[in-house]
Design a protein around this ligand. Structure first.
Ligand SMILES: [Mg+2]
Length: 277
């Protein structure tokens, strides 16, 4: 296993106290006709099942079809919203390309054939990255993943190192008090990213652009960083759905990614009559 072959672990286990795991499919009846809807979707743990490593995730062909049709039926108002970079997103869904917010809101692409716009943050400073990367030397089994706009230290294989990792990160932050970074603690992973942007700031900006503006969005996500988006959906009279647990304030939740995929496919069927009327 190379340094980059590490799993992006789900974060949702960390917020178990307010979570439930019973699965109640989100009612498709809540969703307005697709021509009035903006479809916003997290990727890992939401559309796709987790894999042992981030590169091993698999996009079922039916999902590709569903996303392409949803993109068409919403007149382009479908976007993926991920912590992954746009490059990485495109590799996963290749040959398909979708509008997307990448890097937890660091970059955005409004149309499949347009360039990334509104990159609010440069990649993490090289020196900072080098210092954070050195934390991986604390113990065998700490795996480093450079995600461009963020850096993840996975310690699933070295659970005893958790405390030392967070102490080392704290020390670096104390030595660089002006560094614009924040720490996203996850399940067996410590991710460090630029502060000042989130998935929510990405979505807020996305919703000011055609074809998204004026539409009623719904967002589906599974982890801690998605909660920033759940929180702003009411601003757009939108709906939010969590996956794997019922997050605070959501309109419904799904048991797992396969339920989300079935729901999205069902939306296309449901919308047929409406779109013909
Ligand atoms: Mg996710």
């Amino acid at each position: 296993m190379t340094k980059h072959d590490v799993a992006e672990m789900p974060l949702d286990d960390d917020i178990a106290p307010r979570a439930t795991t019973d699965s109640v499919p989100a009612p498709a009846s809540l969703i307005p006709p697709l021509r009035q809807t903006a479809v916003l979707l997290d990727i890992d743990g939401t559309l796709l099942d987790f894999a042992p490593t981030p590169r091993e995730v698999w996009v079922p062909p039916e999902l590709s079809n569903t996303l392409k049709h949803l993109h068409e039926r919403t007149n382009g108002a479908l976007a993926l919203v991920s912590g992954r970079s746009l490059n990485d997103i495109d590799l996963i869904f290749a040959p398909d390309v979708f509008p997307a917010i990448g890097g937890h809101g660091a970059e955005m692409r409004l149309q499949p054939d347009s360039e990334a716009v509104a990159a609010h943050a440069p990649p993490l400073d090289k020196e900072l990255k080098r210092r954070l990367a050195a934390i991986a030397k604390l113990s065998p089994g700490i795996l480093l993943e450079d995600k461009g706009y963020s850096l993840a230290l996975h310690y699933r294989l070295a659970p005893q190192a958790e405390k030392a990792i967070y102490e080392a990160v704290s020390l670096i932050r104390a030595e660089l008090p002006n560094a614009p970074i924040e720490v996203l603690p996850g399940k067996s992973v410590c991710e460090i990213k630029h502060s000042g942007f989130t998935k929510a700031t990405g979505v807020l900006e996305l919703m000011t652009h055609e074809p998204f503006n004026g539409r009623r969005p719904f967002f589906i996500g599974d982890d801690v960083t998605d909660e920033t988006v759940f929180a702003i959906m009411p601003d757009f009279n939108g709906l939010s759905f969590s996956v794997g647990r019922r997050a605070l304030g959501v309109d419904g939740h799904f048991g797992g990614p396969s339920d989300v995929r079935a729901f999205l496919a069902h939306l296309l069927d449901d919308d047929r009559d409406v779109s013909l009327s």
